[in-house]
Design a protein around this ligand. Structure first.
Ligand code: A3P
Length: 293
């Protein structure tokens, strides 16, 4: 079966999870040792392909009063796991950040740096696993050198780990933590699609920001799929991607999995979904009129 390229990183429980090749155990060790959370910090945390970039843009705009600025999103909301790669190292880079530091992360809950007694906040975004599976397949082809077929990738997604840990192992601990931790806001991609303005307002209120209707409108407009793909600071065109494969911004829809999944794949995912999610209280909208579980 075709594999994609990855690094193995300790999951903190005696096992290992797959991270993109450019993130090493040494990076994770440095972050664990040296990264110190501050009161105003905001982390946009997700399983990959769940709406990270979109949420980064909303948070960035809200915190900056609707002003995009000149920085690329990857600098305005830097990726925590890659901080050790900054030219002068992580500690020097952190000194250059504004008072309200924004970060993005794909870390599973147990690997997230401790927020200690700070009032730092985490916006966690989850997406239904069928759309994540198909989006991840194109992403792993485009950015991580994956050469296999969709069917092979689907089986990998179901049975193991296609990057940053298995999907359900990521979502569930974050969901459970959000139920008893007031500094975690758990959002769903599908809710952001169906009520973009409502979710912008929820993020603003969670971050303690006064967002008047004009600011909400600006954030909704500048974080639309169309606007983000045409904006040079948000469209990710600076990240190398394989030619002929959909880009970082692919479709941005709920339910695109229906164009790729066979009936059998859909049933296989439904069975696994029900097994993992029943009794958790977490429901997903798959875009085909079905809410599960
Ligand atoms: P698709 O591949 O289904 O199109 P991430 O940023 O976590 O990697 O997630 C990428 C997914 O979010 C892609 O999904 C991408 O198209 C979608 N996305 C990015 N920006 C979006 C936006 N403004 N509105 C809706 N979807 C967006």
């Amino acid at each position: 079966m075709a594999e994609f390229q990855y690094n193995l990183v300790s999951d903190g429980k005696g096992g290992q999870i797959k991270f993109p090749v450019f993130i090493s155990q040494a990076d994770m060790d440095l972050i664990e040792k040296e990264f110190v959370a501050k009161d105003d910090d905001v982390f946009v945390t997700t399983y990959p392909r769940s709406g990270t970039t979109w949420t980064e843009q909303m948070v960035h705009l809200l915190v900056n009063n609707g002003v995009q600025g000149e920085q690329r999103l990857t600098d305005a909301v830097p990726w925590l796991e890659t901080l050790p790669h900054r030219p002068n190292g992580m500690i020097e880079f952190l000194k250059t950040l504004p008072q309200r530091r924004l970060f993005t992360s794909h870390l599973p809950y147990p690997l997230m740096p401790s927020l200690g007694n700070t009032t730092a906040k985490i916006v966690y975004v989850a997406r239904n696993p069928k759309d994540v599976a198909i989006s991840t397949y194109f992403h792993n082809q485009s950015k991580l050198g994956y050469e296999g077929t969709w069917e092979e990738h689907f089986q990998l997604f179901l049975t193991s780990d296609v990057g940053c840990g298995p999907y359900f192992d990521h979502i569930l601990p974050w969901w459970q933590a959000s139920q008893h931790t007031k500094n975690i806001l758990f959002l769903k991609y599908e809710d952001m699609k169906r009520d973009h303005a409502g979710c912008v307002a929820r993020i603003a209120s969670f971050l303690g920001l006064q967002a008047d209707p004009q600011l909400i409108d600006t954030v909704v407009s500048l974080s639309s799929f169309k606007s983000m793909t045409s904006n040079e600071t948000t469209n990710f065109n600076w990240v190398p991607q394989r030619e002929g494969v959909p880009t970082h911004f692919r479709k941005g829809d709920i339910g695109d999995w229906q164009n790729h999944f066979s009936a059998e794949q859909s049933q296989q995912m439904d069975r696994l979904f029900m097994e993992k999610m029943k009794d958790t209280g977490l429901q997903f909208d798959f875009g085909d009129g079905v809410l599960m579980p």
